[in-house]
Design a protein around this ligand. Structure first.
Ligand code: NDP
Ligand SMILES: CC(C)CCC[C@@H](C)[C@H]1CC[C@H]2C3=C(CC[C@]12C)[C@@]1(C)CCC(=O)C[C@@H]1CC3
Length: 347
């Protein structure tokens, strides 16, 4: 049964990021008192108390944890940054630090933002259930490798004194998104979105940020003494699997760009991505460069990866609040600056 959270105080670690800020807005609407902890400041809100610091430093965290009922840990370095050392420092060592600081400050609950990628290693996943999918034995990138360590550490910390739960969203998109929409538009403006990787029939989940926020808040309201959610991981999706390339076509055409139309063999692109990754590794002692075509991106664009969220429905009372149609409309409308500048000239 959901606990009453009226005026309970929470801390959103990573609250100045894409998901974090939406989470703050959702929590405020739900009646929570919200503190934000982040390494940077990206917005102001008189209802929120901001703490700027590094989650890897306990002395930065402790003041922000005073009187906190629940911590939402959704901080991470940028998922596609490929910075191994930073991923380990923040996602693994930093999360251990967050857990220690929570216990020291007497915080009793933590909701971790994990990722559905923790079980994905480039092979197709269709309607994947949490209890049927082991952690990826061969993660495709350092980000995923450290998200596995982060989730495992967080769930193992669960006890009757400190309740933890992990939310595994997949392919989050929405207003103020920093990954999916900006990267896709950048590729479109460089003429790189005319290609379809593979046969174009791979089915995936994309999850609207409003639904991810809803899942996080339900998780915080449900963990506690005797809850079936304690120490568990939950897939949170839109529950509307879609062809990856249908989604991309709707997003691109909705922003005034042409639809992808030329098929390229998946295996060829994957080999090219592996070669570029090898070259980046060879030159890394001299220069850091992150190829735009990575094995992870190619795999995500060319294989099935959609997940079952029945466990979240059963234990958290989750169901998507926004449909994919509503979500795409809200997202496209929120990005006037991302529209194809050529469409105006053509009209
Ligand atoms: N975007 C997606 O599609 C998905 C994301 N996720 C997970 O959701 C969470 C949020 O992702 P998203 O909103 O996209 O990411 P963002 O990068 O937008 O937000 C993360 C925030 O955490 C901050 N941060 C990073 N390192 C530290 C640190 N050492 N101390 C304090 N704050 C720090 C970031 O600051 P800075 O920008 O300066 O690094 C940023 O403000 C992440 O845990 C991610 O793994 C899961 C599935 C899909
Ligand atoms: C091929 C192009 C037309 C479009 C490229 C879109 C990609 C930038 C995105 C498609 C799937 C996205 C995704 C993530 C980042 C952006 C994409 C690769 C994540 C890796 C972000 C962090 C996660 O936890 C998992 C996400 C999976 C899906």
């Amino acid at each position: 049964m959901a606990a009453s959270v009226k005026n309970k105080k929470c801390l959103v670690i990573g609250g100045c990021g894409f998901l974090g800020r939406h989470l703050c807005e959702g929590l405020l609407e739900r009646g929570w008192t919200v503190n934000v902890f982040d390494i940077r400041s990206t917005f102001e809100d008189s209802r929120i108390k901001f703490f700027i610091g590094d989650l890897c430093k306990k002395e930065d965290l402790l003041p922000a944890l005073e009187g906190v009922y629940c911590v939402f840990h959704c901080a991470s370095p940028a998922p596609l940054s490929n910075n191994k050392a930073l991923f380990y420092k923040v996602n693994y060592e930093g999360t251990r630090n967050v857990i220690e600081a929570c216990k020291e400050a007497g915080v009793k609950r933590m909701v971790l933002t994990s990722s559905a990628s923790v079980v994905y290693e480039g092979k197709g996943i269709r309607n994947g259930r949490e209890e049927e999918l082991p952690y990826a034995a061969k993660p495709l990138d350092y980000y995923t490798e450290t998200k596995i360590l982060q989730e495992r550490t967080s769930l193992e910390a669960n006890s009757d004194d400190f309740y933890t739960v992990a939310i595994r969203p997949h392919g989050i998109f929405g207003p103020r998104d920093l990954q999916l929409v900006p990267i896709t538009v950048d590729m479109a403006r460089k003429g790189k979105t005319k290609f379809i990787i593979g046969d174009g029939k791979n089915v995936v989940d994309f999850t609207y940020v409003g639904n991810v926020v809803h899942g996080h808040i339900l998780a915080a309201e449900h963990i506690g003494p005797g809850s079936p959610a304690n120490g568990k991981a939950y897939h949170i999706t839109n529950d509307e699997p879609i062809f990856f390339w249908t989604f991309m076509t709707r997003l691109l055409t909705g922003l005034g760009y042409p639809a992808p139309r030329i098929h390229l063999p998946y295996s060829l692109l994957y080999v090219v991505a592996l070669f570029l990754q090898f070259v980046a590794w060879i030159v890394s002692p001299l220069v850091i460069f992150t190829p735009s075509l990575s094995p992870m991106k190619v795999a995500l664009a060319g294989t099935d990866h959609f997940y079952n969220c029945e466990n979240a429905k059963r234990d958290l009372g989750y169901s998507p609040v926004f449909t994919l149609d509503q979500a795409l409309k809200l997202t496209i409308e929120s990005y006037p600056e991302m529209r194809n500048p050529e469409e105006k000239k053509g009209s």
